[in-house]
Design a protein around this ligand. Structure first.
Ligand SMILES: Nc1ncnc2c1ncn2[C@@H]1O[C@H](COP(=O)(O)OP(=O)(O)OP(=O)(O)O)[C@@H](O)[C@H]1O
Ligand SMILES: [Mg+2]
Length: 411
């Protein structure tokens, strides 16, 4: 049996032209006007737009769609890639001062995921960006979720702010309906309403959910939808997750399990990798499983490299295919899984690993780093703070740390 890997629907149904964009009409028409009138649209020396708003509402999409529709070449810089001031300078210099050969209009510089600049070592890159905005010869579009970030604040004065709002439920329902019709999915209207309201205006999340759940139901209704949402939102431990992934009855169940644990995709891949030989007795099956897994790891490496977390759901989806390797022949269940070698070598127990992840997640929103880097860079500081009797309670509350985690950190 050859498993076909579905194309993610957020890609398959990504609007190709601006008339297909859903919601945020005011923001979209402002961007269109600003770009098509460039450089006349520069007012009060603001040579850049700053698009801001919640995730999955189309900020990146809109910048690309309108830019290319108006005949621009788009040069994208992802701000989360670490750069020194010097290399940022060079990159900005070439992309803001020189023209392109291919496009009729010239170039737009898109700086996406601006919040990624906010780490302390990136102060130089942020100031380089500021300097170049003030003298750029090409329009610049900045994109961020949150304009209240300290490092982003100075950029607000020199950019025209464009706010994106959560997409309206009715608009999300409309889009989901179209996809259901194209994919020949049967549904009850109320189910799409529920799905849209759970997405909180994040159209990407709504589409991803629809794709996941549609794999396992024949008619989408409120009951199976709520079941899906509830189980997805429950957290489970690694052992349980591996059980559910390897022995899933449906692909969908495996995907849900992969989404319920707090480990990074590459880490989950290592776990699956270490356990394939134990779970699948036959060499033939093992080869098939490793083949799928290697494709999954390409995705996960791409996530690590580009820090493009939008790829995450797809990576997890690919990994879970291992659960379908045996063509329906059940293999005996394992009571225990093997640790990936690298964890053994480093002397980590699973408990330690998980606690690190939890501490990382508590720190991450405060220090604006990924959980992993937040842990690595701030654990010493956190430890020092918790040792101060006067500060301990406050830090514990602010980070919402359990007594158990505090104990772990202080150990
Ligand atoms: N307004 C929209 N109309 C149609 N599809 C949309 C819209 N917004 C998002 N999508 C779908 O969701 C996907 C993700 O959108 P996009 O990457 O632009 O979100 P974003 O606002 O940049 O999110 P983030 O803040 O996480 O980067 C798109 O590829 C598209 O499939
Ligand atoms: Mg984006």
């Amino acid at each position: 049996m050859i498993m076909m890997i579905d194309q993610p629907w957020v890609e398959k149904y990504r609007p190709q032209s601006s008339k297909d964009l859903v919601g945020n009409t005011t923001a979209i028409s402002k961007i269109k006007k600003w770009l098509s009138n460039w450089p006349k649209s520069i007012s009060r020396n603001k040579r850049a737009l700053m698009l801001f708003g919640p995730s999955g509402v189309g900020k990146t999409l809109v910048a690309h769609t309108i830019g290319s529709e108006l005949g621009y070449d788009i040069t994208e810089i992802n701000a989360t890639v670490k750069r020194s001031k010097k290399s940022m300078d060079e990159l900005l210099q070439t992309s803001t001062m020189t023209g392109t050969l291919t496009s009729t209009r010239g170039r737009v510089l898109l700086v996406d995921e601006l919040a990624g600049l906010s780490g302390k070592s990136d102060r130089g890159a942020a100031s380089a960006l500021k300097e170049h905005i003030q003298k750029t010869r090409v329009p610049i579009i900045l994109v961020t979720n949150d304009i209240s970030e300290p490092k982003i604040r100075p950029l607000r004065k020199i950019t025209t702010l464009i706010e994106f709002e959560p997409v309206k439920e009715s608009e999300i329902v409309e889009m989901l309906k179209q996809i259901c019709n194209q994919e020949k999915i049967r549904f009850e209207d109320s189910a799409l309403d529920t799905l849209a309201s759970h997405s909180r205006g994040d159209i990407r999340a709504a589409i991803n959910d629809l794709q996941s759940i549609s794999k396992s139901v024949s008619v989408l209704n409120n009951r199976n939808l709520l079941e899906f949402i509830q189980s997805r939102d429950q957290r489970i431990d690694l052992n349980e997750a591996l059980d559910r992934i390897f022995y899933a009855e449906t692909w969908n169940k495996a995907i849900i399990a992969a989404n319920q644990i707090d480990v990074y995709p590459d880490e989950l891949i290592r776990w699956i990798n270490a356990n394939i030989p134990l779970v699948f007795p036959e060499l033939k099956q093992q080869i098939k499983a490793f083949d799928f897994l290697s494709r999954a790891s390409i995705f996960s490496r791409r996530i690590n490299r580009t820090q493009n977390w939008r790829l995450l759901p797809y990576s997890k989806e690919l990994m879970c295919i291992t659960g379908t390797i045996t063509d329906g022949t059940p293999t005996p269940k394992r009571s225990e899984y093997r640790f990936p070698d690298w964890i053994q070598q480093m002397g980590f127990s699973r408990g330690v690993r998980q606690k690190r992840v939890l501490v990382g997640h508590a720190l991450s929103p405060i220090v604006h780093l990924s959980a992993k880097r937040a842990y690595e860079e701030y654990i010493t500081v956190l430890k020092a703070l918790l040792k101060e009797a006067k500060l301990k309670e406050r830090v514990k509350n602010d980070l919402d740390l359990s007594e158990d985690l505090v104990h772990f950190i202080l150990k």
